[in-house]
Ligand binder design. Structure first.
Ligand code: AMP
Ligand code: MG
Length: 351
């Protein structure tokens, strides 16, 4: 299949430019598009065939449900039921934006979209291209991240092209996305809402609006324990992993530099391809041919935005061993370290 790649300037575009994409979605085809978090791979959320095509294009297990993207409150009510007062308060505070909420599903949402669950994950994106695509097509868009299953989520159209060119009808290229990690997923079907995946909207931000929020134990457990059934089925799959062995090194900054330099030396002696992932501030301290800056410690947003691109670069350069600094786990740092630890298969050491 020939994939149409079309550029759209998110700051200045006419709905007319999205017409072809809307037509593809309406007739059951797949369109990758930018959102504020990562690129999504969109299909008609109410069509079981479109859902099957999404799973096939990504190579994703079909018990891993898709998030349904809507443009407005009517859309939320059309796909979800039993929406609590708390959920409306959160919607008011954070929608449109990078928050996904889980509700009981309406009959019309097929089980193929929800991975066989009676619940549905709903999000209202704020990215102008994503919002316009939902509005113009008049459909609800089921969209997981637009990557091959197991690879880092795409934060640029180039990443989507790498993974899905020839497998889907169209890619809308809106340049680099703003946030760079996936939405926060909050399960609203329990009395006390539960975070199933940390993201840009932090626990503190949610609690400021509705009071107590819990974090699902599967978010923080080190190895996937089969006795704990992960509530977000996606959490049981290994994610974002580069092909090389990623190790996260924790501890005092000087100790981390010292330890990583020693490890790099050891692996280079063995003629292995080694790379270091560091913050902008400490990048110059490493003695390694391949040192990559992930972003500045002064702005955790820049680290989130750079993370997946760097993980993909590790594969591009064929890194066999990768040593990364660790980052603070407060605020959005929780989401950043959650993704980094998953990418490392929870392999971390203390300097
Ligand atoms: P992605 O679309 O790649 O960001 O992945 C979507 C994530 O949302 C996966 O981890 C899913 O397991 C999770 N998810 C989607 N729908 C549900 C649901 N109904 N219940 C729990 N988790 C869900
Ligand atoms: Mg994904």
């Amino acid at each position: 299949m020939e994939t149409i790649i079309q550029k759209v300037n998110p700051e200045f575009f006419e709905d007319e430019e999205l017409k072809k994409g809307c037509g593809i979605l309406q007739s059951g085809g797949l369109v990758a598009f930018p959102t504020e978090t990562v690129y999504g791979l969109g299909g008609d959320a109410l069509s079981p065939e479109a859902a099957h095509r999404i799973y096939a294009a990504k190579g994703r297990p079909s018990d891993n449900p898709l998030i349904v993207h809507v443009a407005d409150i009517d859309g939320v009510c059309d796909v979800a039921r039993n929406i609590s007062q708390e959920a409306w308060a959160l919607a008011k505070a954070f929608w449109p934006g990078p928050l996904t909420m889980i509700f009981d599903k309406q009959e019309k949402v097929p089980l193929s979209t929800t991975g066989g669950l009676e619940t549905v994950a709903v999000r209202m994106p704020v990215h102008p291209v994503a919002a316009a695509l939902i509005r113009c097509s008049g459909i609800y868009i089921a969209a997981p991240s637009a990557n091959i299953s197991g690879r880092p989520s795409p934060t640029k159209a180039e990443h989507v092209i790498e993974d899905l060119n020839g497998r889907i009808e169209m890619i809308l290229d809106g340049g680099q996305v703003g946030i760079g990690i996936e939405s926060t997923i909050l399960d609203m079907t329990d009395k006390i809402p539960v975070i199933l995946r940390p993201g840009y909207i932090t626990k503190e931000m949610l609690e400021e609006v509705i009071g107590e929020v819990k974090i699902d134990p599967a978010v923080t457990i080190e190895e996937f324990d089969r006795s704990i059934v992960a509530k977000a089925p996606g959490m049981k799959y290994r994610h974002y992993a580069p092909k090389g062995r990623l190790t996260i090194v924790e501890g005092r900054p000087e100790k981390v530099v010292e330890r990583i330099n020693a490890l790099v030396h050891e692996k280079e002696e063995e003629h292995k391809k080694v790379a270091v992932i560091a913050a902008e501030e400490s990048k110059a301290d490493y003695r390694c041919r391949e040192v990559y800056s992930i972003g500045s410690r002064k702005t955790e947003g820049s680290i989130a935005a750079g993370l997946y691109d760097i993980l993909r670069k590790m594969d591009d350069i064929g890194a066999e061993y990768i040593f990364a600094e660790s980052f603070a786990e407060d605020g959005m740092g929780q989401a950043i370290m959650n993704r980094m630890l998953k990418a490392a298969g929870y392999h971390r050491i203390r300097a």
